[in-house]
Design a protein around this ligand. Structure first.
Ligand SMILES: [Zn+2]
Length: 341
């Protein structure tokens, strides 16, 4: 495809005076990491890629499934049929509508060990995750480096978001010293409306753009929550860091230190993730070995193996997601039996 002229491609956004030609150049030069590319992450990535953010790093540990298609706007039925890692599928889809920006996909789980590699060297981190463990890790990393990040979450019909400017506004740990009750249910247990996702992504994306075009005075300094079903709306001030905050006041980055962090974790409904070993996997070799034990198939990015009632998904770095159990001991023994101990 012939390359579209920059000014023409972004003309409708450049016409918006607070962005203008200058702001568009800032967007083109900007580097953003998006952690989690499910519903919220895909909506954020789609909006920012179309808006012309020049570099997007997309980090996601999961693969596309049919139940994602109701709300995860970057994926198609063919991605689910191939069980493509979400980061890879997202990068491919973005390339089809904006080939002029750089997208760097990482099919990986963000951990304290790889946080520097996956979150370093960007201007802004966006939250597309579905769990507080990862959000606290992002918060610790961002606060320790003085990098801005935007918290965004949606469950059922409820959306909540907050822009964190370390040293200037409250951080996640200022507002929630412990994981909040009431929004700890997940999409897997409470369902989710795609409109709640798009609502929170629209707000968070606009905050991101304001930040990147240097319109810091326009940033929202509140924790905003909105229920698209009941129309309930609340805002809590996040204008100042909380004195005594573990992260931004005491610089006690427990989540980044990763103390006591398990290498085997529950991951969505009825599944367990194992990432205790970093070992490259030869898909051809293991596929050959597993064939007598049950159906197995793989592509370049992911290998799937079925042993009723379990489904094992293996990534090239040795990480696995085992579906069909929440018992970590069973998952561990299946991994040892089929992949190796
Ligand atoms: Zn804080």
């Amino acid at each position: 495809m012939q390359s579209l002229d920059f000014a023409e491609r972004y003309s409708r956004q450049i016409l918006f005076p607070p962005i203008g030609a200058e702001g568009q150049k800032h967007l083109a030069a900007a580097r953003v990491a998006i952690v989690g590319c499910g519903a919220t992450g895909s909506a954020l990535a789609s909006l920012l890629a179309r808006a012309g953010v020049g570099y997007l790093r997309i980090i996601d540990r999961d693969y596309v499934e049919p139940s994602n298609l109701q709300r995860q706007v970057l994926f198609d039925e063919s991605d689910a049929a191939e069980s493509l890692p979400k980061a890879i599928a997202a990068a491919r889809k973005i390339k089809s509508f904006n080939s002029q920006i750089t997208v760097e996909p990482h099919a990986a789980d963000l951990t304290p060990q790889n946080a520097e590699e996956l979150l370093g060297n960007v201007d802004l981190i966006l939250d597309g995750t579905d769990n507080f463990e990862t959000r606290y890790l992002i918060n610790d990393f961002a606060v320790s480096k003085g990098m801005p990040w935007i918290y965004a979450a949606a469950v059922a019909s409820y959306a909540v978001t907050m822009t964190v400017l370390p040293g200037e506004t409250a951080c996640l740990a200022c507002i929630f010293p412990d994981p909040p009750r009431g929004i700890v249910e997940t999409c897997d247990t409470s369902g989710i409306l795609n409109s709640a996702v798009n609502f929170v992504a629209a707000i968070a994306c606009t905050e991101a753009i304001k930040l990147l075009v240097r319109a810091r005075d326009k940033l929202r300094r509140t924790l905003l929550s909105y229920d698209v079903w009941t129309n309930g709306f609340t805002e809590i001030s996040s204008a100042k860091p909380r004195s005594g905050c573990r992260a931004c006041d005491k610089h006690d980055f427990v989540h980044l230190a990763g103390e006591g962090r398990p290498h085997i974790t529950l991951c969505g409904r009825n599944s367990v993730q194992i990432h205790e070993r970093q070992r490259p996997i030869d898909f051809d070799e293991i596929s050959h070995r597993l064939t007598p034990h049950g159906p197995v198939r793989h592509n370049e990015f992911v290998l799937k193996f079925w042993s009723e009632p379990y489904e094992l998904t293996l990534f090239p770095d040795g990480r696995a997601i085992i579906k069909g159990t929440t018992d970590t001991a069973i998952a561990r023994s299946l991994y040892a039996r089929y992949v190796g101990s």
